[in-house]
Ligand binder design. Structure first.
Ligand code: ATP
Ligand code: MG
Length: 285
């Protein structure tokens, strides 16, 4: 079976979550991530540890066949790679921010202003799409201090909670794009390589589905079972197991985390008792 090379961030925000995802997929990865590369012991995969800015290029050139990277880097590097899967972590947005006290009415504010960013290409495209002329000042880090030190009037930077902006006296006024970690792949993989990628995608999807769902067990009086089944659709349908106490059954099902509390309240009001909830490790639908 052919072996794939996957590039992940050597250190930084994506490093831990990328390794954790691969490990949750059952891959045995040694602990010595200080090395430049490491072999996965039980899956045809070699891991390369790289700077995140370099990963899109390396995947385009097939030096790494696949990689885990923020969507923002894929867009900034203007590379031609496939986005194989969205991974659901490292969620953030690329936004424009200005000093808190500055009045802001519309995007025309940025006309002829100086904007500091580490994402000059995305910003230039955004300005062009909005028919604005502004000076793009490219800096590689600590973008949020640029207005405070007189380097720029505004910044274009990644935001998640917004606390960094707040600490630096800035306010977010426009969102340019939303980003999250993605699995990218070279566009010319061989059939054999695609097979390995598909196996990895299958496992990642099982982990992602499991993270989004909870396993729920409850006891319910038989006369409200039908109503409870309507609320708890489950994967196919819930399992109903009679309890030793006649008139009662145990119901087992899977609930999406998003409507979880809503579901719990409804089943409780229908007489459900002894509700147990646990996380799911893998889920194959
Ligand atoms: P490297 O040394 O590998 O070049 P870096 O400093 O460029 O690392 P990090 O700060 O580790 O990059 O961020 C990596 C990615 O994490 C970003 O490209 C982005 O996709 C994601 N991310 C998620 N939330 C945030 C945030 N609040 N600020 C910055 N990046 C974030
Ligand atoms: Mg970087």
């Amino acid at each position: 079976m052919s072996k794939l090379k996957i590039a992940i961030q050597k250190k930084g925000r994506l490093h831990e979550s990328s390794l954790k995802l691969l490990r949750t997929c059952g891959l045995k990865i040694g602990n010595s991530t200080s090395k430049l590369k490491t072999q996965v012991q039980n899956f045809p995969l070699e891991i390369l540890f790289l700077r995140d800015d370099d990963i899109p290029k390396y995947v385009q050139q097939n030096i790494a066949n696949i990689g885990i990277i923020g969507e923002n880097e894929v867009l900034e590097n203007e590379v031609n790679v496939d986005i194989a899967l969205k991974l659901g972590f490292a969620k953030c947005r690329l936004s424009l921010a200005i000093p808190r006290q500055t009045d802001y009415e519309s995007i025309s504010f940025f006309s002829n202003k100086k904007i500091a960013t580490s994402y000059p290409k995305i910003l230039a495209r955004y300005l062009k799409d909005n028919h604005l002329t502004a000076v793009v000042e490219e800096i590689s880090g600590s973008v949020e201090i640029a207005p405070g030190i007189g380097l720029a009037d505004a910044i274009c930077d990644l935001v998640s909670s917004g606390s960094t902006l707040q600490m630096n006296g800035l306010k977010e006024v426009e969102t340019i794009l939303q980003s999250q970690a993605v699995l990218i792949s070279n566009i010319g993989l061989s059939d054999e390589e695609v097979k390995v990628l598909d196996q990895l995608k299958f496992r990642i999807n099982a982990v992602k589905a499991a993270r989004k769902n909870k396993y729920i067990l409850l006891n319910a009086p038989n006369d409200s079972i039908n109503k409870i089944i309507d609320i708890l659709p489950g994967m196919r349908s819930p399992s109903i197991i009679p309890l030793a106490d006649p008139g009662w059954s145990s119901v087992h099902s899977v609930v999406n985390e998003e409507d979880f509390w809503n579901v719990i309240e409804k089943v409780k009001s229908l007489g459900a008792e002894g509700i147990l909830v646990s996380s799911i490790e893998k889920m194959i639908v």
